[in-house]
Design a protein around this ligand. Structure first.
Ligand code: AMP
Length: 270
């Protein structure tokens, strides 16, 4: 495994690599990240992982400060997985070049984009910078952040030769989607998270039976969840996964949710 900290080292190491698989991360790695890395290793001859907590995608300074960091443990995991290249840039390196601002259009300002001002603009900007530096053949991203995957795929495939692929959400035995933010929750909250995840999965199954009932079913469970688990729900809605419109069909929709549990903002989709 080659550890790269300077842009010059990165360029030297990968300039002959034409078929790189790339997994962007913010570190604090778990089995969800591992699944993306394994998929990249299966599909591509060499794999590069970046660990970079991008300040520009945090709309809340405290959230950026509190984001879990565990670099030594992450490097152990990456070494065990036999990742070829790990790039750990500094903030100054990444934002060295002045680039035009990326803006979302009105139809893209839904779900998380509605509640996290500038978040996806920050995500698209940083990935645009990484793709320019790395020129990977493929990027692997998690369905856990489906809206992010959808926006990145559209943007990157329009502006670069890179293809963007998604991987299924990895969950634990309680149906909890693995996430670095789960490390900010205590045992009782994790237990609640499992119960909520199961309720949402059941709701998805019910909506699948009759999509015309979706609004009514969502309204009812939303009320229930708030009362039972004392959570604050930002949004809970179904979207068509092909174009993210609210017009859904049984075979191609997801139920999206963002909520606060013990002051930690969590997102998931089913
Ligand atoms: P992050 O480090 O949180 O920015 O995530 C890096 C990548 O891992 C993103 O593409 C996420 O969607 C993906 N990811 C995060 N959690 C999971 C999970 N539970 N299953 C699959 N992919 C995940």
């Amino acid at each position: 495994m080659k550890l790269l900290e300077q842009i010059t080292d990165l360029n030297k190491a990968i300039n002959k690599e034409k078929k790189l698989g790339y997994v962007p991360t913010m570190g604090n790695l778990h089995m969800g990240h591992e699944a993306l890395i394994k998929k990249s290793q299966k599909e591509c001859p060499k794999t590069i992982v970046t660990i970079f907590i991008n300040p520009t995608q945090f709309n809340n300074k405290k959230d950026y400060k509190n984001y879990p960091r565990s670099l030594n443990q992450d490097l152990k995991i990456l070494k065990k997985l036999k990742v070829d290249y790990v790039y750990l840039p500094t903030v100054n390196q990444v934002f060295n070049e002045q680039l035009p601002k990326i803006l979302l259009n009105k139809s893209q300002k839904i779900l998380c984009a509605k509640f996290r001002n500038g978040h996806f603009e920050g995500v698209l900007d940083v990935l645009n910078r990484f793709v320019k530096l790395i020129s990977p053949k493929s990027i692997f991203m998690g369905e856990k952040d489906y809206q992010q995957f959808f926006l990145v795929k559209n943007f990157i495939e329009k502006n670069h030769k890179t293809k963007v692929y998604s991987c299924k959400t990895i969950r634990d035995s309680n149906m909890i989607a693995l996430s670095s933010r789960n490390n900010l929750l205590n045992k009782a909250s994790l237990n609640t998270l499992g119960l909520i995840s199961n309720e949402l999965l059941n709701l998805k199954k019910k909506i699948y039976q009759d999509t015309r009932q979706s609004k009514k079913l969502i309204q009812a469970l939303k009320k229930d969840l708030v009362k039972k688990y004392k959570i604050r729900i930002e949004y809970m809605e179904c979207r068509n996964i092909v174009n993210m419109s609210p017009n859904i069909h049984a075979r191609s929709f997801k139920l999206f949710i963002a909520y606060y549990l013990s002051k930690v903002r969590l997102i998931d989709n089913f």
